[in-house]
Design a protein around this ligand. Structure first.
Ligand code: URA
Length: 272
């Protein structure tokens, strides 16, 4: 997203505050009121090198239409990259090098994961918010604080040394989408091979999905208010879909059902 700005009347603090506010809104481009043809500026023209005649001729040809360029099969690229990752370090490196996800360009950090990689419980959220983007760790803002309380209530903690009491946390989308928009089906499909590989490498005993995006990625279904509380399965691992902690913060009455889902998770983990 871009936004027009005229900050000539601002002092440094005011300009910084205005810019921070726009970043919070998801602005990723800064532009002036009117377009500037920088090639026409006098200082630019002084540096213009005359092209040889042959190149001049090709320069005058119409540019090839965009649709003439071969279209990249980004889903295939993601699948091949993810399949080649033998461990978490190479999965992280593969994501760092994956440049086909446009939204990545507005993010500050890759938000890969947090917690004990040997954990029996894996939590999969949707996508990082601003705090997570700044810190490079999932679920560190207010939703993260609620998530930690929910885990503690059933005796689990991210990063607990005892793998049997530990949780490992990641998201479907590892970069903050501009303006915190809900990941769309195309974005989810592009990142799905990386998530599937992440799950295979952690190989938890049980997965909790939080919100719609991980249900779409792993179960091919949406409608979390209908799906929550009903056991499902992905890659041979039991999955408990739960409402997202952000929803629970907005809708405290839903905490009752979330508590029932947590108890079901605890019982299944103790039994297995
Ligand atoms: N919401 C998510 O789904 N993931 C995070 O990491 C933070 C908020």
């Amino acid at each position: 997203m871009g936004i027009a700005a005229d900050i000539t009347d601002y002092d440094w603090e005011a300009a910084f505050a205005a810019l921070s506010w726009q970043v919070d809104l998801g602005v990723t481009e800064v532009m002036a009121e009117a377009p500037i043809d920088r090639y026409a500026l006098p200082e630019r023209q002084a540096h213009t090198v005359q092209k040889p005649a042959a190149l001049q001729a090709t320069a005058n040809q119409p540019a090839p239409a965009i649709h003439d360029a071969p279209k990249l099969d980004t889903a295939k690229i993601a699948q091949d990259l993810a399949a080649a990752c033998a461990d978490l370090a190479s999965l992280r490196a593969a994501l760092e090098s994956f440049d086909h996800y446009e939204m990545k360009k507005g993010a500050r950090n890759l938000v890969f994961s947090d917690g004990n990689p040997n954990a029996s419980l894996m939590i999969i959220g949707e996508a990082p918010n601003r705090e997570e983007d700044l810190e490079g760790r999932p679920f560190v803002g207010s939703t993260g604080q609620l998530l930690d309380k929910m885990l503690a209530a059933i005796g689990y903690a991210r990063g607990a040394e005892d793998a049997g009491k530990a949780a490992y946390i990641t998201n479907v989308i590892p970069w903050r989408p501009p303006g915190n928009h809900d990941p769309d089906p195309e974005e989810i499909a592009m990142m799905q091979p990386f998530l599937a590989r992440h799950i295979a490498l952690i190989n938890p005993r049980l997965i909790i999905t939080m919100g719609n995006a991980p249900c779409a990625a792993l179960l091919g279904k949406r409608g979390i208010l209908r799906l929550r509380g009903t056991w499902a399965e992905t890659q041979g691992i039991p999955v408990m879909p739960m409402t997202h902690p952000a929803y629970l913060l907005r809708t405290p009455a839903a905490k009752r059902e979330a508590w029932a889902d947590l108890l079901a998770v605890q019982a299944r983990l103790e039994k297995s």
